[in-house]
Design a protein around this ligand. Structure first.
Ligand SMILES: [Zn+2]
Length: 264
């Protein structure tokens, strides 16, 4: 495995010193703070990568509360593949390979038990493990799409009854573009089931020390419920938050979405 710190000199340029408008709602923002590129979500779990010596600015929207960085906005998908999602990634996101997909699959298998014949898409589905788990549980039509994982890079055709999108929204440097792409993949009565951790209530006190602000993980867009609601509203989708991590969206009114909502 390549030491993530070893390629420090080769990082593509990062934007800094900017005052961007909010990427979700267009509201005014202020500089929230900055973290070294090598700060990962595993810092609190004993993994401390040596500093890369390059700071990543995070901004916060005064209107919807989105925390985001525009530092990577000049990067190509290839840059991300090389410097974020390459060899060192498993080290900074140890649950990516199996723990998270298996847990999320268990959740969907239980609460969407009625959806075994639905056309399901796992958007940002990594190594395809989530889809495998669902198939094993009798779900008949499950597709994985992930721009950064070779077997799954082709965007699928058509629309899906259920689009799952776990730990992906926070990786989107263009949240509205991503939301539009997802909205385009769900049927008129379909449901989007996302998992992304929303900011804690005391985020202003915690600041950029919040563990989820991990540039090395590619965490570039950190949501509030208001920012997610605004993001989906721009796609003419309703939004329903189930917990601090699990959220639904779709064209149906929230009460109808609520019916698709996990009931247990
Ligand atoms: Zn905003």
């Amino acid at each position: 495995m390549t030491d993530p710190a070893a390629t420090a000199a080769s990082l593509p340029p990062l934007r800094t010193g900017t005052t961007p408008a909010c990427k979700v709602c267009g509201g005014a923002t202020r500089l929230f703070g900055a973290k070294d590129f090598n700060r990962s979500c595993e810092d609190g779990n004993g993994l401390r990568l040596p500093p890369r010596g390059v700071m990543v600015d995070y901004h916060r929207c005064g209107r919807c509360g989105l925390i985001f960085t525009d530092a990577f906005d000049d990067w190509t998908a290839e840059d991300f593949a090389t410097h974020v999602y390459g060899d060192g990634y498993a080290q900074v996101d140890p649950q990516f390979e199996a723990v998270r997909p298996v847990n999320m699959a268990a959740f969907v298998i239980e609460y969407f038990a009625h959806a075994r014949d639905w056309r399901i898409l796992d958007y940002g589905g990594g190594n395809g493990r989530f889809a495998e788990e669902l198939r094993r549980a009798g779900f008949t039509d499950v597709t994985t799409y992930d721009r950064f994982n070779a077997p799954f890079q082709t965007r699928p055709d058509g629309r899906f009854n259920l689009v799952t999108c776990f730990e992906t929204l926070e990786h989107m440097p263009d949240p509205q573009g991503g939301a539009a792409d997802i909205a385009d993949l769900v049927t008129r009565k379909g449901v989007i089931l996302t998992a992304t951790l929303i900011q804690p209530r005391d985020i202003e006190q915690i600041g950029v020390e919040w563990w989820y602000i991990g540039p090395r993980n590619g965490h570039v867009s950190l949501h509030t419920r208001a920012s997610m609601r605004a993001m989906w509203a721009r796609q003419k989708l309703q939004f329903l938050s189930y917990s601090d991590n699990v959220h639904l969206a779709g064209r149906e009114p929230p009460a109808m979405l609520g019916r698709a909502r996990p009931v247990g």
